[in-house]
Design a protein around this ligand. Structure first.
Ligand SMILES: Nc1ncnc2c1ncn2[C@@H]1O[C@H](COP(=O)(O)OP(=O)(O)OP(=O)(O)O)[C@@H](O)[C@H]1O
Ligand SMILES: [Mg+2]
Length: 240
């Protein structure tokens, strides 16, 4: 459902994504691993066009993403960031109903009902009137996930969703993401949580200098005889 062909991204002379091609299928849970600076965030940002690729194509459901259909793309592909990106001047419920009403023209009553249901799903129905500054990091991130789900995305891109959280809040967020696996949503997730990757991801892409060094099922990735570069990464990641 997502086809990426020869994706390139340069910043000046710096090649950040280098002829990256991959096909991702519906309902896959794809962990994107790689060391700092390998291009993981840039890869996600090029998929939903927060960055304009230097060259190459992204196809979603058979349609090539271009400058002119990017809004349509955004209704299918949601993104959750490390730092939540909630609208700080809006309450939780306003954060949730804003985009569906504006972009999808969802009637107010339907938007409110859906928001309540999603707040229940992430365990935060009591926070419906709260403002973001009164929430913990874990709560903010669960609200951000609920907000993304309001649009009924086919794909959610998570860029280190738990990296800004205190350790005790990491699991509550991972639990919510785990709950999305097997619902048919396709998930791409950049994360350092290796236990989560082992348990939940179906596939691992390992990026190195802007290219895919390895593309394997999760089982093969962790059990197999990996390239030295990856063995090194895993040693480091599991000793952190
Ligand atoms: N807007 C930008 N302008 C110039 N260089 C950039 C820009 N964004 C990213 N880069 C560079 O591109 C490279 C890849 O960055 P990217 O953020 O995609 O890496 P990453 O794998 O997500 O790293 P991290 O694990 O630290 O988040 C880095 O060398 C970074 O400095
Ligand atoms: Mg990053």
């Amino acid at each position: 459902m997502i086809v990426i062909k020869n994706l390139n991204k340069n910043y000046g002379h710096h090649v950040v994504l280098n002829h990256l091609s991959v096909e991702l299928h519906k309902a896959e849970i794809v962990a994107i691993l790689g060391s700092s600076g390998s291009g993981k965030s840039t890869f996600l940002r090029c998929i939903n066009r927060l960055e304009e690729p230097t060259a190459g194509q992204v196809w979603i459901d058979g349609v090539e993403v271009t400058h002119s259909n990017v809004q349509q793309l955004r209704t299918k592909v949601g993104m959750v960031f490390q730092n939540f990106h909630l609208f700080s001047n809006m309450s939780v419920i306003q954060n949730l109903v804003y985009a569906p009403q504006k972009v999808k023209k969802m009637p107010e009553s339907q938007a409110f009902e859906k928001a309540q249901q999603l707040l229940r799903q992430v365990g935060l129905e009591k926070k419906i009137k709260a403002y973001p500054h009164t929430l913990s990091g874990g709560e903010k991130q669960r609200i951000a996930i609920a907000r993304t789900l309001m649009m009924d995305p086919e794909v959610i891109l998570f860029d280190e969703p738990t990296s800004a959280l205190d350790p005790e809040m990491v699991q509550e967020v991972l639990r919510v993401i785990k709950g999305l696996a097997s619902t048919g949503i396709t998930i791409l997730i950049v994360t350092h949580e290796m236990n989560f990757v082992r348990e939940v991801a179906t596939r691992v892409l390992f990026l190195d200098h802007g290219s895919i060094l390895e593309d394997q099922s999760t089982k093969d990735f962790f059990d197999g005889h990996n390239k030295e570069r990856i063995a090194q990464f895993l040693n480091q990641a599991t000793s952190d």
